[in-house]
Design a binder for this molecule. Structure first.
Ligand SMILES: Nc1nc2c(c(=O)[nH]1)N[C@@H](CN(C=O)c1ccc(C(=O)N[C@@H](CCC(=O)O)C(=O)O)cc1)CN2
Ligand SMILES: [Mg+2]
Length: 288
């Protein structure tokens, strides 16, 4: 048996068209064009691709976007100064700093410097706290992308056992918060596994929905999957041959799972799409 493929590219396109429609209505009603400013420090090739994807997506959805490129050698205080200028700019509704940052710059400090009302990545501790207590200001892009993929593929989360491999601040932890939350797209029983988890295979085989967010090629093998489970691969690893691969051994998993996301073309395009949603949300705040 072969799993059905959850086509993130198609679902992202569908959602982007919906967002573009809402952006057009917002602009018509308020004469404001929502604007995202991205900051890219250094020359990391993958980050450059992601930033380009984000800018192109903004353009296609009718959002304004601009990019501030800073050299690897930029000082932390200079970067913080740039962020403060954007915090104060009334025409900027979303600010993001592309991760990872070069050594010598504290991501923690930089992310805290972004005004929470413009924190479209939802990385600021205030926004993470609001998410945790169930009154989110923004939804973090990759976790929200996963939840949206499941919804739009008809995968029921209510009462399901979701096993998340990975406890990062970007994916594992906020996704766990979202999926255990009351209501649509949540109501799941959530387990979070990590590098110290014992009997990992025993845990992953309990999953109705298995999320791989470890950042290691080949981490999830076929034997770790319960037959019929939904497998969401959040990994984006560069293979030795230069190809982009996830954390899941796709050829094995596709024979066992009920549904599965590919890499590329699964979660990645949804991350970019949810950023558009958040930028519009940031702009809406200014007219309330
Ligand atoms: N400030 C942020 N930094 C980082 C985030 C983030 O959400 N905010 N997440 C990741 C990188 N990321 C977005 O920034 C991201 C990763 C992958 C994709 C994507 O579209 N992947 C495609 C393939 C693209 C390719 O060919 O390389 C796919 O999976 O189909 C988008 C965004 C870390 N940093
Ligand atoms: Mg993907």
């Amino acid at each position: 048996m072969s799993a059905s493929i959850i086509d993130g590219k198609r679902i992202a396109k569908e959602l982007r068209e919906e967002i573009a429609g809402r952006v057009a209505s917002f602009r018509g009603e308020h004469s404001i064009q929502p604007k995202l400013v991205a900051i890219l420090v250094g020359e990391d090739p993958a980050s450059q691709v992601y930033i380009r994807n984000k800018q192109r997506a903004c353009e296609q959805a009718g959002l304004a976007s601009s990019l501030i490129r800073l050299p690897d050698s930029v000082s932390q205080s200079e970067l913080l100064g740039q962020i403060e200028d954007l915090n104060q700019a009334p025409d900027v509704h979303g600010i993001l700093v592309q991760l990872p940052l070069p050594e010598g710059i504290s991501a923690d400090l930089v992310l805290r410097a972004i005004r929470p009302e413009k924190d479209v990545d939802c990385f600021h501790p205030e926004n993470v706290g609001m998410l945790a207590i169930g009154t989110p200001r923004f939804l973090p892009c990759t976790p929200a992308g996963v939840v949206e993929l499941l919804k739009r593929s008809g995968v029921e989360t209510r009462g399901a056992h979701v096993v998340i491999c990975g406890r990062s601040n970007i994916v594992g932890k906020p996704l766990a918060l979202m999926m255990m939350q009351k209501g649509d797209g949540g109501d799941a029983t959530v387990s979070v596994c990590h590098s110290r988890s014992r009997n990992l295979e025993e845990l992953t085989r309990q999953a109705d929905i298995l999320v791989a967010a470890v950042g290691r090629e080949g981490f999830i093998t076929g034997s770790m999957i319960r037959p019929g489970a939904t497998v969401i691969d959040v990994g984006t690893n560069r293979s030795a041959n230069g190809k982009l691969v996830g954390d899941v051994v796709f050829e094995e998993a596709v024979e066992i799972a009920g549904a599965i996301t590919p890499v590329p073309g699964g979660v990645g395009p949804m991350t970019v799409t949810l950023l558009l949603e958040n930028t519009l949300r940031g702009a809406r705040r200014t007219v309330r």
